[in-house]
Design a protein around this ligand. Structure first.
Ligand code: UD1
Ligand code: UDP
Length: 358
């Protein structure tokens, strides 16, 4: 039986790695489509190399552009491939424009859709991802939720059929690649930085990058923290920082902007950080799994469990709140295991297998 998988952006490579492996191990045929949404080698190819993701059967090479244009290019490309390949299922991940394009293409051709990371909600409709997730969930036939909370969101929207709580595939990936990261990553040595002597930062949400006031407040907070900060810069953010600050070294000598890193280096950076400051979705959870305090540079999060347990603090792009979250952080007593048992991928494949056999 045949599954056509659509991926295109960095977090989707991480999510697809364990599922793709499990699908193939179970003997299913996977036709892997890369939309080309992310294309820099450090945003794409490095994940295929390090995580052993099979080379995509097709790369649509759509690239960057306005959301409507980008989604439309992907939709046209995926539609042609669905007609050509005639898969039993189309498999989608997360909430990017690549996810939405896959959902639209599948639903137009009435090909059953399976959505991994279904039911996540920020309840912030200013985020493009919130529209993508709601639309993808409502088009899907199988909805793989990482948590109970995600399944409740779906129920509140009237979606109860085809919903399965399987755990988080990103947790599978962390467990699968942690040891390899320890073995292979030499980044701390090459950065000449000691474990726990730095914070790790990432910023890429439009609410932060495209609003100079917010980006400025975040950088002012980083400067006032007056500690080593390693900051792998997303390409979206690179130009925005340059517009704002002429000379980073003069602005804050302890702030080190580096190129985006591969997954193995990222796990090492996360594990050895004394804290993480981020607006990434995936990195909030990775901080939680490694029990590293996280300060989230957003007003809200989809990953509410990390906040409720005390490991994550939401601060938005507010300088005082960022500084206060760092200063007043208290080690939480517990870190409940709410993201599954590290076998989400196998569960997904098992459920897909049953559906295919029906
Ligand atoms: C996308 C997703 C977001 C996800 C993020 C993960 C949407 C709407 N957004 O945001 O949910 O959290 O990926 O990283 O799908 N660029 C490059 N090289 C690349 C990729 C992007 O230079 O390889 C630059 C381009 O200038 C591009 C900009 O980054 O315009 C934004 O890329 P895009 O894929 O549109 O959105 P992201 O911000 O990456
Ligand atoms: N990541 C990485 N290198 C980086 C930044 C992120 O390998 O320089 C990984 C990170 O560990 C996580 C995923 O990419 O697994 C998250 O992607 P991103 O923050 O781009 O997207 P989001 O999760 O916010 O959608």
């Amino acid at each position: 039986m045949k599954i056509l998988t659509v991926i295109g952006a960095r977090p989707q490579f991480v999510k697809a790695a364990p599922v793709s492996k499990a699908l193939r191990a179970a003997g299913h045929e996977e036709f892997l489509v890369h939309t080309g949404q992310h294309y820099d080698p450090q945003m794409s190819q490095i994940f295929f190399d390090e995580m052993g993701i099979p080379t995509p059967n097709v790369n649509l090479e759509v690239g960057s552009g306005l959301h409507g244009w980008q989604t439309a290019q992907m939709l046209m490309g995926i539609e042609s491939l669905l007609l050509e390949q005639n898969p039993d299922w189309i498999l989608l991940y997360g909430d990017t424009n690549s996810t939405l394009a896959g959902a639209l293409a599948g639903s137009k051709l009435q090909i059953p859709i399976a959505h991994v990371e279904a039911g996540l909600r920020s309840f912030n409709r200013d985020m493009p991802e919130e529209h993508n997730r709601v639309l993808a969930d409502h088009a899907s036939d199988l909805l793989f939720c990482p948590t109970q909370v995600a399944a409740s969101h779906l129920a509140n929207e009237g979606i109860t059929r085809g919903v399965h709580i399987v755990g988080d595939v990103m947790y599978d990936a962390v467990l699968a690649f942690s040891a390899l990261s320890e073995e292979k990553s030499t980044l701390l040595t090459s950065l000449n930085i000691a474990p726990k002597d730095y914070s790790l930062a990432t910023v890429h949400r439009p609410a932060n990058t495209d609003n100079p006031e917010n980006l400025h407040a975040i950088f002012e907070a980083f400067r006032e923290l007056d500690e080593n900060i390693i900051f792998p810069v997303h390409p979206r953010t690179r130009g925005k920082i340059a517009d704002l600050i002429d000379n980073i070294e003069e602005f804050s000598p302890k702030l080190r902007l580096i190129e985006p890193v591969g997954y193995l280096d990222m796990l090492s950076l996360e594990k050895n950080a004394k804290r993480i400051l981020t607006d990434s979705g995936g990195i909030q959870k990775e901080a939680y799994w490694f029990q590293i305090p996280c300060v989230t540079l957003r007003e809200e999060t989809e990953w509410v469990e990390t906040v409720e347990s005390g490991w994550n603090t939401l601060v938005g792009a507010d300088k005082e709140k960022i500084l206060s979250a760092v200063e007043n952080w208290i080690v939480p007593k517990k870190r409940p295991n709410v993201y599954g048992d590290g076998h989400a991928a196998e569960k997904i494949v098992e459920i897909l297998g049953v559906k295919i056999a029906e």
